[in-house]
Design a protein around this ligand. Structure first.
Ligand SMILES: NCc1[nH]cc(CCC(=O)O)c1CC(=O)O
Length: 309
């Protein structure tokens, strides 16, 4: 194919890593690429918490504008930053192979211990992580730390907190894995839907031949089934990264198992359900898990969050 595929990405180091990764996968299949860096609201507004800026499209709107007007052919995103419901003009056409999905604690203090007794100040800006910490580790104090990974590491170094809770994926990609002092277990700290995977967004009327080429080069089928399930869950909850929801699907042959839930902002209650079925029903399984969570008190948790904004 002679076409040069224009890849749109945010400008943070993690976003550029992801765009380079996708460019490499495409180049391995003989596709020429060009990277276009686009700044988003989420990158510009650093003094407000994400839940206050709004859940929809904080990191995606400007990229979609360029998809719409042809400035780029595809947009590369952290899958977990993608809102659950896309405008009908756009679709996700591929997901990369997934990195380890768990959350970790990173600190410059090698001796830092995460347990249910020691007083530690942890930095995060994720409502899911704050609520999870309150639930499982009431001894831990949480402070809000925003910004890209490099900024957060600097704030920690300046003493704002003892350690940070981050996705292993980003920590590993940015070369900070040596500072990991704790891995949260997936049974307790279920990650956010999509954590660890990179999603490719395109215009709904992308040339089908181009879509096939991109899928062949980039898409990981296992990741796709898992992500479809997790995003089905999130869509039913009508949530983005501003609600304390979590979901993780796994695959064993054709059997897909998904765990999803919600945790109350103050940590006082956590709802979690698991269901398995055929991977062809991924999205429906995600939706069913969401229904189970809503019926089990999740609806109240969400209503409470809405009324507190
Ligand atoms: N919301 C920010 C964000 N989006 C994706 C990642 C990490 C990489 C990933 O999970 O794919 C991070 C940082 C973090 O949560 O620690």
């Amino acid at each position: 194919m002679d076409k040069v595929v224009k890849i749109g990405t945010r400008g943070s180091k993690l976003a550029l890593w992801q765009a380079d990764y996708v460019a490499e996968l495409l180049q391995n299949e003989g596709v020429k690429t060009e990277t276009v860096i686009i700044e988003t609201k989420g990158d510009k507004i650093l003094d407000k918490s994400l839940s206050k800026i709004g859940s929809k499209g904080v990191f995606t709107e400007e990229l979609e504008e360029q998809l719409r007007n042809g400035g780029i052919d595809i947009a590369v995103h952290s899958a977990k930053d993608m809102q659950a419901t896309l405008d009908e003009d756009f679709k996700l056409i591929a997901f990369t192979e997934r990195e380890q999905v768990n959350d970790v604690v990173v600190s410059y203090n090698k001796n830092l211990k995460i347990n249910t007794t020691d007083k530690v100040v942890l930095g995060t800006s994720s409502v899911r992580r704050v609520a999870m910490l309150k639930h499982y580790y009431p001894n831990i104090e949480v402070v809000d730390v925003r910004g890209n990974l490099q900024t957060r590491m600097r704030k920690m170094e300046e003493g704002l907190c003892d350690a940070l809770v981050l996705a292993y994926a980003g920590v590993h990609r940015m070369g900070y894995a040596e500072h990991i002092v704790h891995h949260f277990s997936l049974d307790e700290f279920t990650p956010a839907a999509g954590q660890g995977s990179v999603a490719i967004e395109a215009s709904s009327n992308i040339d089908p031949a181009l879509e096939r080429v991109i899928r062949k080069a980039v898409n990981n089928e296992d990741a796709e089934y898992r992500l479809r399930a997790e995003r089905g869950f999130l869509k039913k909850l009508q949530g983005g990264c501003s609600i304390p929801a979590f979901a993780l699907a796994s695959l064993d042959g054709n059997e897909l198992s998904i765990t999803g839930g919600l945790v109350k902002l103050d940590g006082s209650h956590i709802i979690r359900h698991t269901k398995s079925g055929d991977k062809m029903q991924a999205k429906e399984l995600g939706r069913e898990i969401a229904e189970m969570v809503l019926n089990d008190g999740g609806d109240k948790i969400l209503a409470e969050i809405k009324s507190s904004k």
